[in-house]
Ligand binder design. Structure first.
Ligand code: ACM
Ligand code: ZN
Length: 544
């Protein structure tokens, strides 16, 4: 009884100690750091509970932005802001679009004596300004009713148009709620593209109505190799897929936060789950199992069988219906050609297409190029562009394909020289499934490789040897979070954070503004947001 009364008193004291508190906002603590922070005077503007927010009420995107602002201040700080469409300069916070002042994704925030004016190059820019406004307010343990903002003008515009994070829901299954939390985190870090890896050897995780077995049978594996031992298996089934309604829900949830979801259907390799359902699409005819081991499988889609392309067109018909993204990722990585070398149908295709070995590429490498181009041509009829992993350069590929450079930066350099657009994801810097501490024994199991946060921070997607024209082909940068050894949301966030914070500065800041010392100071308080919002994160580089 005494204990209950005491804990009640402590709880009341905790709330009261904060509600009278005034919290000091500081734009200099934000990640990614805004490009410019100019002081306008010594004073402050106090944003109080019940303060008004004005916006163009006839614009649905700005209405949504205003609602986000209100919701963030409620959930972050317990403050109630009042939405007053079209109130104008009488409001404490005015949200506006000013397309002449900055690019589409840029924003400026002016804090004056009378209030805050946040203007963006588009509603998207306003959204990023809202993120900066909320991140300037330190994380609170309990609610507060007043925030003091210094009189400043803050402005920013991202360096790269493509600011991605990748998510693998195949090697382990993650629920819809996790996908949404991940998207929230991306928005918080100013990212705009979710690369969603939906199919692989170990499972098929998207419902395709024309081929129902893909989800029904292909999403299930009876067990998984234990740790890094390829000869021992557990018998814990891994299964799960996203229905088309769930996919639409994710796409909308992301779009509301100005994040485009790019689906990846990895082909012609990494297809064991599909081959398990439709063995006639493989060179040997199977049978094939949904894989219980990680790595690269020799069995891939048969390139000589027209049914393979019919199948893929059926799949992509539905994928395009679900994902409005300009780009579709068609994989192309880690596709051994041993089966093609021995397959009469593949060899007949090589002959019919006149593909020959030459000094640079084998006939089978050119067959992969034929394969990728045939899929690309189909997607072009639907108005889409393709992204492929850097292996697709090997047999030659159409210039319209965007290359995702993962085995290093060399693929990206070569691609930019050939006139391809490029997204940089080099594993030495951007594989968040690698260890982040060199004390491997005391870390959860991870892919072999070491990518500490300062290494992430140090990456420049534009290489010093690139010409200006080549540099213009670098659309941006993302980090990959493969899930072979990641089975829970808690572990996924541990691997992603706080490396995502470093990535956000690589994506947003011009190189001359990057400063690891400053970043690492800001990170000390920034991680309190993760604590507040219940995200697990690694602490090795926080020095505490
Ligand atoms: C990859 O990591 N296989 C693209
Ligand atoms: Zn074949």
């Amino acid at each position: 009884m005494t204990k209950r009364i005491l804990s009640g008193i402590v709880a009341v004291a905790a709330i009261c100690s904060c509600c009278g508190n005034q919290v000091e906002a500081d734009f200099g603590k934000v990640i990614p750091l805004p490009e410019r922070i100019d002081t306008l005077g010594d004073g402050h503007f106090i944003l109080k509970n019940g303060a008004t927010v004005s916006y163009d009420g006839s614009d649905s995107l700005m209405t949504r932005n205003a609602q986000f602002l209100k919701d963030y201040f409620k959930s972050d700080l317990g403050m109630n802001l009042r939405l007053e469409p079209d109130l104008g300069s009488g409001a404490a916070v005015q949200l506006a679009v000013d397309s002449l002042a900055s690019g589409d994704e840029g924003y400026s925030l002016t804090v004056g004596d009378e209030g805050i004016v946040l203007s963006g190059g588009s509603p998207k820019g306003v959204f990023y300004g809202i993120q900066t406004l909320r991140k300037a307010v330190p994380a609170q343990d309990a609610g507060c009713s007043r925030v003091s903002f210094p009189l400043v003008k803050v402005s920013a515009e991202p360096r790269f148009a493509y600011r991605g994070m990748h998510m693998d829901v195949v090697r382990h299954w993650f629920p819809l709620s996790h996908v949404k939390r991940y998207i929230d985190l991306m928005a918080f870090h100013g990212m705009n593209t979710l690369h969603w890896h939906l199919t692989d050897d170990q499972g098929w995780r998207i419902e395709i109505r024309k081929y129902p077995e893909l989800a029904e049978k292909g999403s299930y594996r009876p067990g998984t190799m234990i740790g890094k031992d390829f000869s021992r298996f557990d018998d814990v089934p891994v299964s799960g897929y996203f229905t088309q309604d769930e996919i639409r829900e994710v796409v909308k949830y992301a779009a509301d936060r100005y994040i485009t979801v790019i689906p990846e259907i990895d082909l012609p390799g990494h297809m064991m789950a599909a081959l398990h359902c439709y063995p006639e699409l493989g060179c040997t005819g199977g049978p094939y199992e949904v894989s219980r081991i990680w790595g690269v499988m020799p069995d891939i889609l048969c390139a000589g069988n027209d049914e393979t392309f019919e199948f893929l067109e059926g799949v992509f018909d539905e994928v395009c219906g679900l994902f409005p993204s300009e780009y579709i990722h068609i994989g192309g990585d880690e596709a051994p050609r041993v089966r093609w070398e021995a397959c009469p149908k593949c060899q007949a295709r090589i002959k019919a297409e006149g593909l020959r070995d030459d000094a640079k590429s084998s006939a089978e490498a050119k067959l992969q190029s034929y394969f990728m181009t045939r899929v690309e041509n189909f997607l072009q009829t639907k108005g889409r562009k393709v992204i492929g992993w850097d292996e697709i350069l090997e047999g030659g590929v159409s210039q319209s394909a965007t290359i995702m450079s993962w085995r290093g930066t060399e693929g990206g350099l070569e691609a930019s020289r050939l006139g391809h657009d490029v997204i940089m994801v080099p594993l030495q810097y951007m594989y968040f499934d690698y260890y982040q501490s060199d004390d491997f024994d005391n870390e959860p199991l991870a892919m072999d490789g070491y990518v500490p946060i300062d290494k992430v921070y140090s990456f420049d997607p534009v290489l010093p040897e690139m010409t200006e024209e080549e540099a213009d082909h670098i659309l941006g940068v993302q980090a990959n979070l493969w899930a072979e050894y990641i089975a829970t949301p808690e572990h996924a966030f541990y691997m992603a954070l706080p490396r995502m914070a470093a990535l956000s500065e690589v994506q947003w800041l011009q190189p001359e503004l990057k400063d690891y010392g400053s970043f690492s100071d800001r990170l000390q308080s920034f991680v309190k947001f993760y604590d507040r919002d219940g995200y697990n994160y690694a602490r090795q580089h926080l020095g505490r």
